[in-house]
Design a protein around this ligand. Structure first.
Ligand code: CTP
Length: 395
């Protein structure tokens, strides 16, 4: 079963300096056995616990240890190594390494590889229980969670130092199982998902425009949850202040017309999730120069923007389309009418005044089977529930 599960996957295995480094050797062997191509990167401290030769023998490739080795060729080996990987797994990850990651430091090869990545990063912490529970470590972990880093473990139990508590690295077989669940056997593994998020901005003149209160948080959470479920995700985003979720490819747009073009360029796809609050109108002709104040007032001629969701849903090769409806009244009636009008199998409804800009949301999913309420919860939690619902429709 596991023998073929990771075939074709390039895994960059980072090893940092803790006693559990000896278990990373076994992990390397298991990853290879599961079909993965493994490249190992070690910190200087890790080399004091296990030699690079061990990992070279197990991975069948030279081990990446020094940033200065990259001085030959174009000197970009560190960028390439992280680009060629499908995922990075740092196991064991020491308290020191987690601190470095949380602060975006890049003073050695492994931390540089992690910072330069555009792929998911998994870390398997291993440290003394007091170091794990220490406030700075917990602060760093909160930051890593917020940055989309996936933290596997640690387990609680007896430690090398003789103490007992949380901080023990998960066993190699457990780490392999976690990777398979999240990355390979995810509910959307192998699917292409396109998500729109944020507001659009329709210019009036070079300094002003029409926009709305969408923060983009829900769309970004949905993109992140789809990625977590194993999909290849493209996030077409209007202007927001949010960071790109790990492993997600973002295309930045400003206007509804640009959003439409960017979405169409990503098709065909398996799933299209339209979370963006697209402006319904744009100014017919935006002024080339800044408009001057005029005591008699200003009249703007507005033209409708293209309805991206309805257009995608009407295509012969339409992906599974999901719409969002933020209403201010008569939620269910308006949302169900919208679902029918746009001809989408699934619509996520919410009250705009309860949702916009907030970290949590109360939602109702509407599909042919009826209503599925999702009581108020963090948008990350809601996004995962939406992705599960979509996966159930697809599978
Ligand atoms: N949508 C879209 N393109 C548009 C407008 C909306 O893709 N030009 C999508 C949104 O991303 C959302 C859904 O359609 O998934 C519903 O958006 P909403 O603004 O509520 O719908 P409208 O058709 O604009 O209806 P309303 O009259 O309520 O504004």
């Amino acid at each position: 079963m596991a023998a073929v599960s990771l075939s074709g996957k390039n895994i960059l295995l980072g090893v940092t300096g803790g006693v559990a480094a000896y278990k990373a050797a076994e992990l390397c062997r298991l990853l290879r056995k599961a079909g993965a191509d493994v490249r190992v990167g070690m910190t200087e401290a890790a080399k004091r616990f296990v030699t690079p030769l061990t990992f070279q023998s197990l991975s069948g490739k030279p081990v990446l240890t020094s940033i200065w080795e990259a001085a030959d060729g174009d000197g970009m080996a560190h960028i390439r190594a992280s680009r060629e990987a499908d995922l990075i797994l740092v196991a064991p990850a020491t308290a020191e390494f987690l601190a470095k990651l949380a602060h975006g430091r890049a003073d050695d090869l492994l931390s540089t590889l992690c910072l330069a990545r555009s792929v998911p990063l998994y870390v398997a912490p291993a440290m003394n229980q007091a170091m794990w529970s220490a406030a700075p470590t917990q602060r760093n972990l909160a930051q890593l969670h917020a940055d989309g880093v996936r933290v596997l473990g640690p387990a609680a139990g007896e430690q090398a130092c003789g103490e007992t508590g949380p901080g023990r690295m998960l066993e190699p077989a457990e780490l392999l199982a976690e990777l398979l669940a999240g990355h390979v056997h995810g509910e959307l593994a192998g699917r292409r998902v396109v998500v729109t998020a944020g507001p659009t901005f329709e210019p009036i003149d070079p300094v002003r425009g029409l926009t709305n209160r969408s923060s983009g948080k829900m769309g970004y959470a949905v993109a992140s949850a789809a990625r977590e479920a194993g999909a290849a995700v493209c996030l077409v985003s209007g202007p927001t202040c949010l960071a790109v979720p790990a492993g997600v490819r973002r295309v930045d747009v400003e206007t509804a017309a640009q959003m439409r073009a960017a979405v169409l360029a990503e098709l065909p796809a398996d799933v299209f999730i339209a979370v963006a609050a697209v402006a319904d109108y744009r100014v017919e002709t935006a002024a080339r120069q800044k408009l001057k104040k005029d005591a008699s007032g200003l009249r703007l001629e507005l033209t409708p923007t293209p309805d991206i969701l309805a257009e995608v849903a009407a295509r012969a090769d339409a992906p599974f389309c999901v719409g969002f409806a933020a209403e201010t009244e008569n939620l269910i009636a308006h949302a169900e009418a919208k679902r029918q009008r746009k001809n989408v199998p699934l619509l996520v409804a919410n009250l705009a005044q309860d949702t916009f800009g907030r970290d949590s949301a109360e939602l109702v999913l509407l599909d042919a089977a009826g209503r599925h309420p999702l009581p108020r919860a963090d948008k990350t939690v809601q996004a995962r529930a939406i992705i599960r619902h979509i996966a159930a429709h697809l599978n």
